[in-house]
Design a protein. Structure first.
Length: 307
């Protein structure tokens, strides 16, 4: 296990190196000047000082070398070009917490309710409860998040005036975005749990256990549930890594100062350092999640062995 983790960590670092390198050069290949109008309004000497501060007066490869050295030795992603003096690393940590709070609550509710509904649907196949839960899940999957957000804002904010339309800072501002994000995850787990349980329940060893007189509760608990949940680990861990990067659509509509909203703003502002930093942060979360998935599989299913 230790050798496997060590090897995977090496692959992770290589992946992050490639991603950061490609992102860095792609950003600098975009036509135009990242400082643009801000620097053009300054006197020539001030403009030269401004470019020197961010190293933009140096050749591209030298800029890359400085960036990589700071990243490896200090973990420093530099300063924002749009907001001078604002650290990219600090911004990522601050805004990812905002996204993480909403995302974690939404994921918890979505997963827990989705699993329960999926189990009920599977155990009541072709009954009215199955049809109702399947209909709810299909609606959750097919209706886009921005449509749900608009509907909730209209109903709860405009029509009934129960909750604020947008904002941040108090628990009441979190309810609508959490409801919006929760529904998509809930629908996904309903589908996966129901499909996996029905597949497992049709296996020969389940029929054999029932034929031997094992009561249905223990068959479901000891055999069906464990094997049905295993494929969902991949989705769950991937979603956990994604909650910190936020959903720019939801955050934009509800005025949440999360990382997703900030990422889109940095693209519009051509804030190179912020774009590169956010991309590396998201990539790091993803590759770590993949390692956790592999380890989690071995914990939940001892038959799987990693080498």
């Amino acid at each position: 296990m230790f050798k496997y983790i060590l090897r995977r960590v090496g692959y992770m670092l290589l992946t992050l190196f490639i991603i950061s390198t490609v992102t860095f050069f792609m950003m600098h290949l975009i036509p135009g000047d990242p400082l643009g109008a801000m620097a053009n309004k300054l006197p020539e000497q001030a403009k030269a000082n401004y470019y020197a501060k961010y190293g933009l007066d140096k050749p591209l490869f030298e800029q890359y070398t400085i960036f990589l050295k700071q990243l490896i030795t200090e973990g420093d992603l530099g300063e924002s070009l749009k907001y001078p003096g604002k650290s990219v690393t600090e911004t990522l940590l601050t805004n990812s917490k905002v996204s993480g709070v909403n995302g974690a609550i939404a994921l918890t509710f979505g997963v827990s309710t989705g699993i329960i509904m999926g189990i009920i649907a599977a155990l009541n196949k072709n009954k009215w409860t199955d049809y109702l839960i399947t209909f709810i899940a299909m609606m959750g999957i097919t209706i886009p998040a921005f449509v749900l957000a608009s509907m909730f804002q209209y109903l709860f904010s405009v029509k009934w005036q129960l909750l604020p339309t947008s904002g941040w800072g108090e628990p009441k501002y979190m309810i609508l975005p959490i409801m919006t994000m929760c529904i998509g995850g809930q629908a996904t787990y309903v589908r996966y749990i129901k499909a996996n349980m029905l597949e497992v329940m049709g296996q020969d060893y389940i029929m054999t256990a029932e034929a031997k007189g094992v009561d249905r509760f223990h068959v479901i608990k000891d055999h069906v549930m464990k094997n049905a949940f295993l494929p969902c680990i991949t989705i769950l861990v991937g979603q956990i890594s994604g909650i910190f990067t936020g959903s720019f659509i939801i955050e934009k509509m509800f005025g949440i100062p999360g990382l997703g909203f900030y990422y889109v703003s940095s693209i519009n502002d051509r804030d190179y350092t912020m774009i590169i930093g956010t991309t590396i942060f998201a990539a790091a979360l993803f590759v770590v999640a993949q390692l956790i998935i592999d380890i989690a599989y071995t914990i939940f299913d001892p038959r799987i062995r990693i080498k």
